[in-house]
Write a protein that binds this ligand. Structure first.
Ligand code: NAP
Length: 410
């Protein structure tokens, strides 16, 4: 169960020792912003990046980290030069991320994007410490196995995704049988009011321009397709042990109500606030205490109106595709995640169109055979094969796009 195992050291005792996996990303930088505002409460064990050695070195120096790991070995030399003379230990390659996760921290932020975060997140879980989970793809691609390891090693998984963090804050964990359903809110993304035809021509720049949240490129595109909410449905299913029919999704364009829990007596408890990731990160960072954040305070009179509408699954089929993958079970959520990562990457590189993202995911799912997901080797196999299929389908979409351009009248 989340938030029921090891509580670590609360603030007020000795400083909490933290590691940030993915420190150079949007979640990582927001976490560091909070650490710098609370210098006495925390000390930094390890930081990791994929390629951004310059930011990693700057962070490691500012926070006096003990260890800095870079996933892409091509940037190790630059990192080594930037940290020369500091005494900070360094390593490179995917195994270096696992090493970072295994170092003695009380609290680990899983802030890497994508399934690349699975191995280091599992390494942290297996240390039985507090793991703050932003990296939702970890639960989408291997949810049941990850939750088994959380229980087996007595780790504590704290949801950082704003919706799941909101539900965690409102959820009566001691009396879960009183929870009837949960409601995940969705902003609707930058294309909420666009027609399906309009979306065909949307560029990466338009897709990453989220109206309320400032986030990394991949999650921003996921918000635009609404695959993000599909991934969050799967994440919520694992975190709160609820079947998909007890997880509602509602579009709430203001992103003020971050999500809600419905109880069997009809009470609905929601968590509200301005859309700023530093609030859910702070809740996980200080848990079971709370710390101050610079987040703008909610002024309901100024906001004036909160609106809600049902999601339109005709314009945003990703929701249906993700729900179906969860219901089919086995390796399908892993396939969904891997195909989506591949297709989003192809879109960001302008090789496929915006609407091709979800159609690639759906066709990959249709192409892949059924199969059980019983081990991490199964996750690896489904993930690898789905990426190959999705890459092939993306190339086919790219060729037909090119043919359409050549064939169109000038
Ligand atoms: N951003 C948000 O507000 C937000 C909100 C809720 C949930 N989340 C979730 O949190 C996770 C992180 O999102 P983000 O927006 O912070 O992403 P981001 O800004 O793209 O940052 C991703 C981080 O992961 C690292 N990384 C990328 N690929 C990697 C790889 N193959 N191996 C190792 N490290 C890799 C990046 O390093 P480099 O900098 O070197 O590329 C960076 O540190 C995602 O799962 C997202 O869905 C984010």
């Amino acid at each position: 169960m989340i938030a029921s195992g090891n509580r670590g050291d609360a603030i007020g005792g000795r400083a909490r020792r933290v590691t940030i996996l993915g420190s150079t990303g949007s979640v990582g930088q927001n976490t560091i912003d909070l650490l710098l505002r609370n210098p006495d409460g925390f000390e930094v064990e390890a930081l990791t990046a994929n390629r951004n050695w310059a930011r990693l070195a700057e962070q490691a120096r500012a926070l006096r980290a003990r260890f800095a790991a870079i996933a892409d070995p091509a940037h190790y030399l630059a990192l080594e030069q930037a940290l020369a003379g500091t005494g900070i230990e360094m390593a490179a390659g995917p195994q270096a991320l696992v090493e970072a996760a295994m170092r003695p921290a009380d609290w680990v932020m899983a802030g890497i994007v994508g399934a690349a975060g699975l191995a280091p997140t599992l390494a942290a879980i297996r240390r039985g410490v507090i793991v703050a989970l932003a990296n939702k793809e970890v639960l989408v691609c291997a949810g049941a196995l990850v939750m088994q390891e959380v229980a087996r090693f007595g780790a504590t998984l704290l949801p950082v995704d704003s919706e799941h963090n909101a539900i965690w804050q409102c959820f009566d964990h001691a009396n879960a049988e009183n929870v009837e359903r949960i409601i995940l809110t969705a902003s609707g993304g930058p294309f909420r009011e666009r027609s399906f035809e309009d979306m065909r021509g949307m560029t990466p720049e338009q897709a990453v321009a989220h109206p309320n949240w400032s986030m990394g490129a991949k999650i921003s595109v996921d918000s635009a397709t609404m695959m993000n909410k599909g991934l969050e449905l799967i994440e919520a299913h694992h975190l709160f042990r609820l079947p998909p029919e007890r997880v509602d999704i509602i579009v709430h364009p203001q992103s003020i109500v971050h999500s809600a829990v419905v109880y069997r007596d009809g009470s609905v408890l929601a968590q509200l606030g301005m859309p700023d990731m530093r609030t859910p990160i702070a809740y996980a960072l200080a848990w079971p205490d709370r710390i101050e954040t610079p987040t703008k305070r909610l002024d309901l009179a100024q906001v004036g109106r909160l609106t809600f509408e049902p999601p339109d699954e005709r314009r945003f089929p990703a929701l249906r595709v993700a729900r179906e993958a969860l219901i089919r079970g086995g390796g399908y959520p892993t396939v969904l995640n891997a195909a989506n990562e591949t297709a989003v990457h192809a879109f960001l590189e302008r090789r496929i169109g915006f609407l091709d993202i979800v159609s690639t995911v759906e066709r990959t799912i249709e192409t892949m055979p059924d199969g059980k997901l019983e081990s991490l080797a199964d996750v690896h196999n489904f993930d690898t094969e789905a990426r190959e299929v999705a890459a092939r389908l993306s190339r086919a979409s790219a060729s037909s796009r090119a043919a359409a351009v050549i064939g169109s009248p000038s």
